[in-house]
Design a binder for this molecule. Sequence first.
Ligand code: HEC
Length: 116
Amino acid sequence: MKVSRSNGWVLALAAAVLVVVLAVIGFGLLGGDSPPADSASGDPAADLYQRRCAACHGGDLQGGSGPALQPGSPAAARAPDELRNTIANGRGGMPAFGDRLTPEEIDGLVLLITGG
Ligand code: HEC
């Protein structure tokens, strides 16, 4: 009798713990889509673009003082190597970013432009 009563208490406690744990996990999963606090969009390439490129190419890649880079633009249709080369070495009014960005960062920007 004493044993089963204490078992019941343990079970109730275990159930309560389980509910709390599941609630925490569920909350974590629901919150999983929200970007980390240090990132505006959760996409490092998009954030980099906003910091380094948007001033000339527009906040939505629509173009400005620099040409449009959005899907359907001539730039988006170019070979990734050509885009990489332009970003790294510059061209005309386009500054060279090869000494300021890592190859991985440049690849991310190329993917952003080609939509890959
Ligand atoms: C100071 C303004 C400026 C900034 C900042 C800038 N660009 Fe440009 N970009 C230009 C201009 C102007 C051109 C056109 C160059 C030319 O062909 O004469 C250009 C061209 C390009 C092209 C080639 C487009 C094509 O059709 O071949 C790409 C790709 C590009 N920029 C990507 C970027 C990325 C990515 C960044 C950020 C890392 C960036 N640009 C930052 C001004 C800028």
